[in-house]
Design a protein. Structure first.
Length: 331
């Protein structure tokens, strides 16, 4: 018996290319003591993968050349030699870009799939949702009545931020690209305002929708959008630096925020964070989002690409604004 895996064979220049990866067929191994075998069904495709593929200094070491590409995944245990895990259990973990995983149970989470599809643990009920929740509350310190601006608002993290923000009593303005995503942000996510950043400079629209300025900006994109918001901060505003997808494929230096001096006059803060630091607080998050899911208050779109071999194409979709919802690969 054999399975397929995708290894990183070259560091990308600009957008990740198919040639940066190799699809390999390898013989199956049996799980040793303390290990399980998992048939992987879905992979989470994350913008940060571009960072993991490079040699940039980050919160995790780069994926090594020749190694299986790092990826969060879900699957079903097919054989177990580990206490607490049984054949048939549905689990999530950093299982890698492959269709079979054999290894230790460190970091594996058993999933309750009785109320939500298993794939939701790769977004709303997983790291995506945690990013939105802890970024908004721990870093953004969102208060009812705040004006909250969210970029990549139709995306996986952004769409959850918008919904959590509204639930918390904030006035939410979403920024997204194109009429379809903007309609989704306004009509489905029920944001108070929406700005299409592709339609022109966002400054004038932002000034109109937030005439008194912005209390919290949840930044997923960086670049020019960050600069436009920096110029419109309220006193004591908080900028949550979640991601900077507009800069991940830059071949030169990343575009820095020219308007950063406005942080001084506004007595504002700009703070980065990484969701892995919050994993131990999963239960707190699960109670909060679980209540909203049970009440039918969370919309979580998925965008599924079929086949492990299409992993590189699925990854590119994120940087080319082609995904509409959480990007997954069904393996
Ligand atoms: N700090 C953390 O721990 C953490 C954890 C998870 C994710 N993140 C970050 O959160 C952000 C969103 O991730 P996600 O998984 O939810 O992806 P996503 O928002 O579902 O997909 C990425 C979206 O980014 C937008 N985009 C792409 N290129 C852009 C550009 N040049 N300028 C402006 N927008 C652009 C596109 O939306 P449009 O069609 O609207 O352009 C695209 O659909 C990323 O920056 C990611 O790195 C951070």
């Amino acid at each position: 018996m054999s399975h397929q895996r995708l290894t990183l064979v070259r560091r990308p220049t600009g957008l990740p290319a198919n040639e940066d990866f190799a699809l390999e067929t390898v013989a199956d191994a049996a799980p040793s003591d303390g290990e399980v075998a998992i048939e992987i069904t879905h992979l989470s495709i994350d913008p940060a993968m571009r960072v993991w593929m490079s040699e940039a200094r980050s919160y995790w070491p780069p994926v090594g050349l020749g190694e299986v590409m790092r990826a969060q995944a879900i699957g079903t245990i097919t054989a177990s030699n580990a206490d607490g895990f049984r054949k048939g259990d549905v689990v999530s973990g950093m299982l890698g870009a492959q269709n079979r995983f054999v290894g230790s149970t460190n970091g594996l989470q058993k999933l309750d799939v009785s109320r939500v599809p298993a794939t939701w643990y790769l977004h709303a009920l997983g790291a995506t949702g945690m990013t939105a929740y802890f970024g908004l509350h721990d870093i953004g310190k969102l208060k009812a009545g705040d004006t909250l601006v969210v970029s990549a608002a139709a995306g996986a993290v952004g769409s959850i931020v918008c919904q959590l923000g509204r639930e918390h009593g904030a006035r939410v303005i979403g920024i997204a690209g194109g009429p379809d995503k903007c309609a989704f942000v306004k009509n489905d996510l029920k944001c108070d305002g929406v700005i299409d950043y592709r339609a022109g400079p966002i400054g004038p629209a932002l000034s109109e929708l937030a005439p008194k300025g912005v209390d919290v900006y949840f930044d997923n994109v960086g670049g020019e959008v960050l600069d436009a918001v920096l110029a419109r901060l309220k006193r004591h505003a908080r900028i949550v630096l979640c991601g900077g997808i507009s800069q991940y494929n830059a071949t030169g230096r990343a575009l820095g925020p020219a308007n950063y001096l406005s942080l001084i006059a506004a007595r504002a803060s700009m703070q980065g964070f990484v969701v892995i630091d919050y994993f131990e607080r999963y239960k707190e998050f699960a109670v909060a989002i679980g209540g909203m899911i049970a009440a039918g208050k969370i919309i979580a779109r998925e965008d599924i690409v079929d086949g492990l071999g299409n992993f590189p194409a699925a990854l590119r979709r994120l940087y080319q604004s082609q995904n509409f919802g959480k990007q997954l690969v069904k393996v």
